[in-house]
Ligand binder design. Structure first.
Ligand code: RTP
Ligand code: MG
Length: 141
């Protein structure tokens, strides 16, 4: 299996409840390596661009407002099969449907305030990583 990179966000509901370390522990325990990380405040244009695929969805306004409401931690995760593995570790979008032990089961508050984002494909991982990190900020070894 190939070593992949995926893009992760610890969302405002996680940072405001001081869960950065607790979530990172779950990520690392799953064998994913945090090869880049920064805490930042997302701007409105950045959030709109990031979630542009959802711009026609009824929850778009709410989603963007939430993402700019408090700091986020953006990350690049690396490991075997990292994209699918992180989706598994995150759990279902709606925490009520998330499996035991997943980040969303452990920490998420609701379908909106669901603690983490993870890329859903290799193409999107590339695009999302490039939106927030330059290659020299990603330290694999
Ligand atoms: P993400 O993109 O954040 O990793 O989450 P996901 O793939 O599991 O979910 P997606 O369908 O891509 O939706 C993106 C984010 O929008 C919010 N959402 N709210 N109120 C709602 O019905 C609703 N549906 C989705 C969630 O924060 C979701 O993570
Ligand atoms: Mg998604």
């Amino acid at each position: 299996m190939a070593i992949e990179r995926t893009f992760s966000i610890l969302k405002p509901d996680a940072t405001t409840r001081n869960l950065t370390g607790a979530i990172n522990a779950v990520i690392e325990k799953a064998g994913l390596k945090i090869v880049a990380q920064k805490r930042m405040r997302m701007s409105l244009p950045e959030a709109r661009r990031f979630y542009a695929v959802h711009s026609e969805r009824p929850f778009f306004g709410e989603l963007v407002d939430f993402m700019v409401s408090a700091p986020v931690v953006v990350q690049v995760l690396e490991g075997e099969n990292a994209i699918a593995k992180y989706r598994e570790v995150m759990g279902a979008t709606n925490p009520a449907q998330a499996a035991e032990g997943t980040i969303r089961k452990l920490f998420a508050l609701s379908v909106g305030e669901n603690s983490v984002h993870g890329s859903d494909s290799a193409d999107n991982a590339k695009i999302e990583i490039a939106q927030f990190f330059s290659e020299n900020e990603i330290i694999s070894a």
